[in-house]
Design a protein around this ligand. Structure first.
Ligand code: 5AD
Length: 362
């Protein structure tokens, strides 16, 4: 584990040649541990209804100006069927914390996807009850994303004004997910107002201790319809929400959690240019998550203002970018190597299957 003060000084680094060397080491770690292939995850943002009041997020319950939608099972299945011809192996079903997205509805949907397609299912439905998570796992959902957003309890709770112990509750759900044998994804936002470099270093130490199977890292992007302000520039040690800082956190996360699946996130691409997809993939990332939400709903999933997002129904630019880097798109569903190693250590999967998996990706 890299010492904390070393992490802090890397996070403050601005010298371009030193940054290049950091990203290049992260790229080597990525290659050695998870190989050259890139996993594509098609996201369907199927409901923008949300009961939560997170002050950073544009779909929070207080935003009355947003038209709300919830896709039907038929619409979702139609979208999922298009994955096959796009050679996608994983669907990410994502929504706000929508109380009408019920335990049985999700279980039936997951079951249908598993029966009718060969896709792996990742859920990203917010903080839910253990009984729900357990039933969805049994129905065939293997992965769950729930970002901790920041490991700093006070900072997190300052963005959840109406909830007590909000950070602890979220961590509890993350632990429950692990106990239910999900592949667990967490992550953070970079450049939250009030976030210092020390806090960001703590986030990376937190990853090292928690041992996530997946880590999503994106910049905080202010949304005009939320109460959380823009990032202050006058405060000393405020982390900027810029591309370089986000890429540094990504590179350090790869070094600290070498076997995790780490995407070049949509938020990262939203503040960059198209070529920054390649930049993320050359600095530690091994996953891309194209947004395959049907066009009539895409703009309504307005968590933050986006300029660019990968995919938008057209995977060609992604395929070209990957090919031009001499890398390839994975042909398997891309189970996290971290998850497999933990299960192997516990005797859950046959010894040797990881080596086999690594050979496959070589
Ligand atoms: N800027 C960046 N990321 C955001 N998210 C929500 N709001 C914002 C924002 N304003 C991210 C959070 C959340 C995920 C759904 O989107 O990390 O977990």
């Amino acid at each position: 584990m890299i010492p904390r003060d070393e992490i802090v000084s890397w996070l403050r680094e601005t010298d371009p040649s030193r940054l290049d060397s950091l990203w290049s080491v992260a790229d080597d770690v990525r290659r050695i541990h998870v190989g050259d292939s890139i996993h594509l995850r098609g996201i369907i943002n199927f409901s923008n209804n949300c009961v939560r009041r997170c002050t950073y997020c544009g779909i929070n319950a207080d935003n009355r100006g947003l038209r709300r939608y919830r896709m039907s099972t038929t619409e979702i299945m139609e979208c999922v069927r298009s994955f096959e011809e796009l050679s996608l192996m994983t669907v990410v079903l994502q929504s706000g914390e929508d109380r009408l997205v019920t335990r049985s509805w999700v279980a039936e949907l997951v079951d249908r996807i598993r029966q009718e397609t060969g896709l792996a299912v990742t859920l990203s439905l917010g903080e839910r009850q253990e009984e729900e998570l357990s039933e969805w796992r049994a129905a065939g959902a293997e992965r769950y994303l729930l970002k901790i957003e920041t490991s700093n309890r006070l900072l997190y709770e300052s963005m959840q004004p109406d909830r007590r112990n909000a950070w602890t509750s979220r961590m509890e759900v993350l632990r429950t997910l692990r106990s239910l044998d999900y592949e667990v994804g967490t992550g953070i936002m970079v450049g939250i107002p009030g976030q210092t470099h020390e806090m960001l270093a703590d986030d990376l130490v937190h990853f090292g201790e928690f041992g996530p199977d997946m880590i999503g890292i994106g910049p905080y992007i202010p949304h005009p319809a939320t109460s959380l302000p823009s990032v202050p520039h006058d405060r000393t040690d405020q982390v900027p929400n810029d591309l370089v800082t986000t890429l540094n956190v990504l590179a350090l996360a790869r070094m600290i959690c070498p076997d995790a699946n780490i995407p070049a996130t949509t938020a990262l691409l939203s503040i960059g240019r198209r070529r920054d997809l390649k930049v993320g993939l050359s600095g530690g990332a091994n996953v891309i998550m194209p947004d395959l939400t049907p066009p009539e709903y895409r703009q309504l999933y307005d968590i933050y203002p986006t300029r660019l997002s990968p995919g938008q129904g057209d995977l060609l630019p992604i395929q070209e970018a990957i090919a031009s880097m001499g890398r390839s798109i994975s042909e398997d569903s891309g189970t996290s190597l971290h998850y497999l190693k933990c299960r192997e250590a516990e005797g859950g999967i046959p010894a040797g299957s990881i080596r086999h998996l690594q050979e496959l990706t070589e």
